[in-house]
Design a protein. Structure first.
Length: 78
């Protein structure tokens, strides 16, 4: 039940406030769709060909989401 409540809060905040700076990927119903949307949005804003784009991950040393105060220009913190 706590998983459901946390998922609901993430969606509610997304609707009422804005897209979160840090996304709880496991809290999405279909996380692959969100990742695909990130790639598509970046390609559109940069004028890149979607079929020639790739997704990559970069691991940070940040352990607490409260330490992140600014949204990434492209992509998102997970």
């Amino acid at each position: 039940m706590s998983h459901f409540e946390r998922r609901y809060k993430q969606y509610r905040d997304w609707i009422d406030v804005e897209e979160p700076i840090v996304i709880w990927l496991s809290g999405l119903h279909i996380p692959e769709s969100y990742l695909t949307a990130l790639i598509q949005t970046t390609c559109r804003s940069k004028g890149w060909a979607l079929d020639k784009s790739i997704m990559y991950s970069s691991v940070t040393k940040i352990m607490d989401e409260k330490d992140i105060t600014k949204r990434l220009d492209q992509g998102t913190y997970i």
